[in-house]
Design a protein around this ligand. Structure first.
Ligand SMILES: C[S@@+](CC[C@H](N)C(=O)[O-])C[C@H]1O[C@@H](n2cnc3c(N)ncnc32)[C@H](O)[C@@H]1O
Length: 223
C-alpha cells in the first residue's frame, strides 16, 4: 500500500543536474496573471497542463512577443501561445514537412512511434485565420533560421530529441533571441528522452540554465 502511494506521489520530474527553481520565483507576476487555455484534452507527446500554463503566461507577460517554436506537432502549444499573445505578437512554428520520413536520428525512439501518425497542427487549424501564427515546414538541422535571428522574445525547443538535433536547435535558439530573450526546452528528465537530459545538463555547464521545478521545462533568460 505504502509503495503504491509513493509511486503515485512521485514528482513529475525526477532530479537532473540543473538547479530546480519555482516558476513563480522567476516570474512573480505568474500567480495573479489570468491566461487563456484551450484544447485541454489528451495530447500525445504534448506538454503537461502546468507547462502549458507557464508557456501561456510567458506569451502574455512578454509585451507583443515574437515567438519561435520548434516542434508544432498537433499545435496545442502553438495554439495556447498564440491565444495569449498581446496585440502585435506573432508565433512562428516549425515542424517536419508532411509525409517526411524522419531519420531515426531526429526523434527519441519512443516518440518516433507516437508522433509520426498525428495530424500536423490539427488543434490549431480551426483558429488559423484569426490567430497570429505562421506554420513553417522543414527539418530543423537543415532549416535556414537566419531571417528570424535576433528577433525573438521567446523560443520553445520541442522538436527532435536527440543530441544531434538538440545541438543544432539550441545553437539556432541562442541566435534567434533578442538580448534579454527567453529559451525554453521541453522533455528534460523525461525517461523516454535521455539525450535531452544529458544534453541540457552539459549545456548547463556553459550557460545559466534552470530547471522549472515540477516540470520537464528548462529555461534560459538572456542578459
Ligand atoms: C513532442 S512533439 C511537439 C509537441 C508540441 N510542442 C506540443 O506540446 O503540443 C515534437 C515535434 O517535433 C517534430 N520534429 C522532430 N524532429 C524534427 C526536426 N528535426 N525538425 C523539425 N521538426 C521536428 C516532430 O515531427 C513532432 O511533431
Amino acid at each position: 500500500m505504502l509503495s503504491w502511494l509513493r509511486r503515485r506521489q512521485a514528482p513529475l520530474a525526477p532530479a537532473g543536474k540543473l538547479e530546480p527553481v519555482a516558476f513563480a520565483a522567476l516570474f512573480p507576476a505568474f500567480p495573479t496573471t489570468r491566461v487563456t487555455l484551450e484544447r485541454l484534452e489528451e495530447c500525445i507527446g504534448g506538454v503537461a497542463m502546468i507547462e502549458l500554463g507557464y508557456l501561456a503566461f510567458l506569451a502574455r507577460w512578454l509585451p507583443a512577443a515574437e515567438v519561435f517554436e520548434i516542434g508544432t506537432s498537433q499545435g496545442r502549444t502553438t495554439l495556447n501561445l498564440a491565444l495569449n499573445l498581446a496585440p502585435g505578437g506573432h508565433i512562428h512554428s516549425l515542424d517536419l514537412p508532411a509525409g517526411y520520413v524522419p531519420e531515426a536520428a531526429c526523434y527519441a525512439p519512443a516518440q518516433e512511434v507516437e508522433v509520426k501518425h498525428l495530424e500536423r497542427a490539427a488543434f490549431l487549424k480551426p483558429y488559423l485565420d484569426r490567430l497570429p501564427v505562421t506554420l513553417l515546414e522543414g527539418e530543423s538541422t537543415s532549416f535556414d533560421f537566419s531571417p528570424w535571428f535576433r528577433r525573438m522574445d521567446l523560443v520553445f525547443v520541442d522538436g527532435g530529441h536527440t543530441q544531434r538535433v538538440l545541438e543544432t536547435d539550441s545553437r539556432n535558439a541562442f541566435q534567434l533571441i533578442k538580448p534579454g530573450g527567453l529559451i525554453l526546452w521541453h522533455d528534460y528528465t523525461q525517461p523516454a528522452c535521455p539525450e535531452v537530459t544529458a544534453f541540457l545538463d552539459d549545456l548547463g555547464r556553459q550557460r545559466p540554465l534552470r530547471h522549472v521545478r515540477g516540470t520537464r521545462l528548462v529555461i534560459y533568460q538572456g542578459g
